[in-house]
Design a protein around this ligand. Sequence first.
Ligand code: ADP
Ligand code: MG
Length: 445
Amino acid sequence: MTIKIIEPYKDSGSRTELIAEARNVSKTFAEESGGARMALQDVSLAISPNEVVCILGPSGCGKSTLLRILVGLIEPSAGVVFSHGQQLRGIHPGASLVFQNFALFPWLTVEDNVRVGLHGRRLSRVAESELIAAQLEKVGLGGFDRAFPKELSGGMKQRVGLARALVGKPELLCLDEPFSALDVMTAEALRSEVYRLWSEGKSGLSSVLLITHLIEEAVFLSDRIVIMDANPGRVRAVVSNDLGHPREYRSREFQDFVDHIHDILTAVHLPDVPVEPRMPPSANLERITPIPAVNLGQITGMLEILHDHGDEMDLFDLNEFVSHELGQTLTVVKGGELLDLVETPGDLVKLTGGGKHFLQASVAERNELLASRMTGLGIFRMILHMLDSASEDGIAGDDVVAAIAAHLPREPAKQLADTVCDWGRTVELLDYDAVRDVWSKKPPE
Ligand code: ADP
Ligand code: MG
């Protein structure tokens, strides 16, 4: 099978056909610390008629932000959004959304929850009720019109979410990780249902935009897969998916395609380059890079799983054990890599010599090993240096956050400070007084 990697943005065809189009869109969010975080950088993407587009990427890469910009829920900081060749102002009139957490009104019946999707349409009550009943029938909820959300299973709630999104006959149905709160079987069933509702064409639906972090989900549903890259969020590749329907998760060609997407994703997330050059302690020009927001217990857990599997695993097998969520697993792996406990050649995650040694060591030895690794990381060195130069009273937490923000303006400084604090306290490099929000150096025993 050949896989075409096509341009993120095809500058051909008629613009007026395009249902939603982001041109060179960037989005920056203000942070609590006063810094700014670039969630999207120069992203261009267009949704054509009659296609299913899946956006795939780790959590935090800007998928939801891109979707919200495409449908006009939020404005980009730079770039322009169009719909049918016209600049989009306000909410996209032809788009509707389904969210992961269902977002149903608990005090409304199923029928009245679906009625919300008809908002703005001037219909008689009878016409409304007919449309709603027909839509509930289509999503397999005929007869549930009087039920309340709390009486429904997760899968049924999401069917209500689908009915509400479809009842107004949108041209574009947008789904943001719609099945991730559901068990695997229910998610599979609903995925097929979405495909059926779209392919029947009766609902007036032209295109579907689905956000997911599951490769299988993207391969099952999409005509095109948009692979995003994090920090800042960018479109890394757009891959067209020509697998015929019906698609079978277990078929050879399906699995082959999944593997190819894996490869592209891992090339994105585990590039074979050093994470951070280790500098001699005397270096003045410190390079400060962020550390991932994981706790040391998660990293230890991952090391144990690797050890139980012969000291190395494929990233995607490891994912099954660590979190089932690739973004989260990658964060844990990156943490282990920063601490020299694992290495990641290609798609493999392998224990290093240090990692193996760590697993055999006592608690005190483990802490010592981790502390020595941490003091090799720029961000720890900066903060420990600040604490060394401070008075006995230590340093206010806000000052630590500000120092991090000054070095890493695009990173979430408060979260980074929390992680440094968590790691540093665990291995007794530093002390933190939560009541006064004051950091200090751990006094020698
Ligand atoms: P994804 O959907 O891929 O998980 P998001 O689009 O939700 O990612 O978020 C991308 C980045 O932007 C994240 O770092 C997130 O913390 C940040 N972000 C998203 N929305 C906001 C917001 N309203 N305010 C501040 N930061 C935000
Ligand atoms: Mg999201």
